[in-house]
Design a protein around this ligand. Structure first.
Ligand code: FE2
Length: 265
């Protein structure tokens, strides 16, 4: 269950969040752990997308009253960071996690379904990244032909359908050996973590920290970052960047009201 910080719309809609499998499956098999970790990661992406969809309509464009170029600049940087976070998640899966699980299972093509779904929204995410990277605050539009909403609408259903469907694929891993699956997952995660670089601390880390609701469904420890990372991000890597006002949670995973939404709707 989501703990909304106020009665105003929040990042748990329009696209619904995923119920974490560990909250309803009482099974010690590692497929529950894997599908729950995946659900947490997917909910991070869904909350980020919802935050954009909820708040962008309230950021005035250059032809509107109360236009503030800095707010638009911050929105575009937030969108850019979310696209990078989303692409990074799928790149990690395709590069490190899926190949290892397929090898372990002895079933080549086991994860072809999710890989093929990636293709359905990859182009849209790239278009959104290009728009957020090259559009000036004066040129920026939310509504209408060529606006940012149109780009997001072109892929958001494919993306969220995929984020929901992949949990079912993980739940299907019950057929594999539990200990072997856990070992494969842990090793692939370790290799994936080692592929990170300092640059991620400026965009992907703040995006993940600010969209991971640690109070969700009674509490969870996702993301499993070392304790000092929120401090490092808050006081150094994210400091002075107004784009993080669009995050639905604070640096410690506590839901906060969406900054650009009127709270008395
Ligand atoms: Fe995934």
């Amino acid at each position: 269950m989501t703990t909304k910080p106020s009665s105003a719309p929040w990042a748990d809609e329009p696209f619904h969040l995923i119920t974490t499998p560990s909250t309803y499956l009482m099974d010690s098999h590692s497929y529950v752990h894997i599908s729950s970790e995946m659900a947490h990661a997917h909910n991070v992406l869904i909350r980020g997308l919802n935050s954009i969809l909820q708040q962008a309509p309230y950021v005035p464009t250059s032809t509107e009253k109360n236009y503030n170029a800095q707010d638009v600049k911050d929105l575009l940087f937030y969108v850019k960071s979310w696209t990078k976070t989303t692409s990074h998640h799928h790149w990690l899966e395709e590069s490190f996690i899926f190949p290892e699980i397929e090898k372990f299972s002895g079933k080549p093509g086991l994860l072809d379904g999710p890989k093929n779904q990636h293709e359905l929204f990859h182009g849209g995410i790239e278009r959104l990244l290009a728009y957020a990277s090259t559009t000036t605050p004066e040129e920026y539009r939310w509504e209408g032909v060529g606006g940012m909403k149109e780009i997001i609408d072109s892929f958001s259903k494919h993306l969220t359908d995929h984020l929901y469907a992949e949990i079912d694929v993980c739940l299907g891993m019950k057929a594999l050996d539990s200990a072997g699956l856990k070992k494969t997952w842990d090793q692939a995660e370790k290799v994936a973590q080692q592929s990170g670089n300092l640059g991620l601390l400026y965009d992907i880390f703040p995006c993940v920290l600010g969209t991971a609701d640690k109070t969700y469904e009674g509490g969870n420890p996702f993301p499993p970052f070392p304790w000092f990372i929120p401090y490092l991000v808050k006081y150094w890597f994210a400091a002075g960047n107004g784009c993080w006002r669009f995050n639905p949670c604070d640096w410690w995973g506590k839901p906060q009201p969406l900054a650009f939404i009127p709270q008395k709707l």
